[in-house]
Design a protein around this ligand. Structure first.
Ligand code: GDD
Length: 399
């Protein structure tokens, strides 16, 4: 990859948020090109050799719920061979068992590609048992199983990646039509980590565009309806906290994002579709300095957040309806609204916005999102002992 330097950054406490970086070349060459060694160069070169080293240590978590199998196969095909795919499925088990179909597709694909993988059903007793054995029951419902929801699938994936000893976790939705875009997202993840100066880093993808048909013609929209709103409120918030207006945050809802495992272990997570916005809430709260620091050791190292714009358009399954968008807007704004460090003026704006969209009635306030504490205190050894890996993947030997 050859990527433009961030032209701007905003600091809040120990957080460093970089402005969106632009990709110049998807393939930046195999080895280090000395031309780029000057710190004054405006483009950074991330040679394939460096990206590959990072990808060997990266798990890609793919949440799936009743998506077309052909799309899942395309996503698998886009993931670099060095990365370890972890599929967290919440697909239906009856009348037809879509999960069994996913397992079979994955098994065939990974045998052919000579690739290891793990797949779990989110509602399987084995997965719940791992959390229980590790002393982390927050994710479990009244039936004793992992709750429904995309975030809940993602957190389960993080646990598995941790047990596999991975240093990085990336998230890619399973309903992507372009395998080439998937490959690019993973390369953006590794390019972000290749630039990181601390062990606590996050990479968020800003889609180049989302193609739609408008008036019988292709239209390449820059922002989705939800992210337009979320980004506006996140920037307003960061501006109010720091005292300087900003427009730096453009990835509030980035489903495609990645974290170093060191950071993933310290994050609290919110439920469902508010999870990506909540990452910012959590960073501002935990590492911003306005509240007591829960992890003082991180304050001196710092946290870096990279935002990188993809070149491929993002084409996913967009037949999910207005209620789904309303749920995502409410989820995203409610995690900001309920933060201890959200100023009253911003809360008022959020209420106005949600009422304007008819998501809230007069006098209603957004529902408080369910929050899951960080996985840091889990007993991973105990959790790992409960996993019968061969039942859930293809290892051709040991892990
Ligand atoms: N494991 C699991 N469990 N996966 C789920 C669940 C669940 O309960 N619900 C949905 N998924 C999977 C879907 O199959 C899909 O692969 C992915 O999670 C995203 O779900 P979608 O329903 O397709 O979300 P979206 O496309 O509207 O929104 C996506 O993009 C947003 C940014 O525009 C998501 O990634 C959002 O989180 C993101 O903010």
């Amino acid at each position: 990859m050859r990527i433009g330097q961030p032209t701007n950054s905003e600091r809040y406490g120990s957080n460093l948020f970089y402005s969106v970086q632009k990709v110049y070349e998807l393939d930046g060459g195999l080895e280090v090109d000395k031309e780029f060694s000057s710190p004054f160069h405006v483009i950074r070169q991330m040679p394939m050799s460096a990206l590959s080293e990072i990808e060997k240590n990266m798990a890609i978590i793919i949440p799936i719920k009743d998506e077309r199998l052909r799309l899942l196969e395309g996503v698998l095909c886009g993931i670099p061979n060095a990365c370890f795919p972890i599929i967290l499925s919440n697909s239906q088990r009856s009348p037809s068992d879509r999960f069994v179909m996913e397992c079979s597709l994955l098994d065939n694909f990974c045998h052919a590609a000579k690739k290891k993988y793990v797949i779990f059903h989110q509602r399987s007793p084995e997965l719940a048992q791992m959390f229980r054995a590790g002393g982390y029951e927050h994710l479990l419902d009244d039936e004793g199983l992992v709750r429904n929801g995309k975030a809940e699938g993602m957190i389960s994936g993080i646990l598995i990646a941790k047990l596999l000893g991975k240093k990085y976790v990336g998230f890619i939705d399973s309903d992507n039509y372009f395998p080439g875009a998937v490959l690019e997202y993973v390369r953006l993840f590794s390019s972000g980590f290749a630039q990181a100066k601390t062990d606590y880093s996050m990479v968020r993808v800003q889609w180049n565009s989302k193609p739609k048909v408008v008036d019988n013609d292709l239209f390449f929209a820059r922002f989705g309806r939800v992210s337009r709103i979320t980004n506006q409120f996140l920037n307003q918030w960061l501006g109010l906290l720091s005292g300087f207006e900003t427009d730096i945050l453009l990835t509030g809802n980035a489903g495609e994002h990645a974290m170093s495992m060191d950071l993933a272990m310290l994050m609290d997570y919110s439920a469902g579709f508010s999870v990506e916005t909540h990452h910012f809430v959590n960073l501002l709260e935990n590492f911003g300095g306005a509240l007591p620091a829960p992890f003082p050791e991180v304050m001196s190292h710092g946290v870096e957040v990279f935002q990188i714009q993809s070149r491929n358009p993002h084409l996913h399954d967009f037949s999910k309806g207005d209620d789904h968008l309303a749920e995502m807007i409410e989820g995203s704004l409610s995690v900001i609204y309920h933060s201890e460090i959200c100023p009253q003026s911003l809360k008022n704006h959020i209420l106005e916005e949600l009422r304007q969209h008819k998501i809230l009635k007069k006098k209603e306030i957004p529902a408080k999102p369910r929050l899951y504490p960080s996985l840091k205190g889990m007993d991973f050894r105990a959790a790992g002992k409960k996993a019968d890996w061969n039942k859930h993947g293809n290892f051709e030997g040991t892990l």
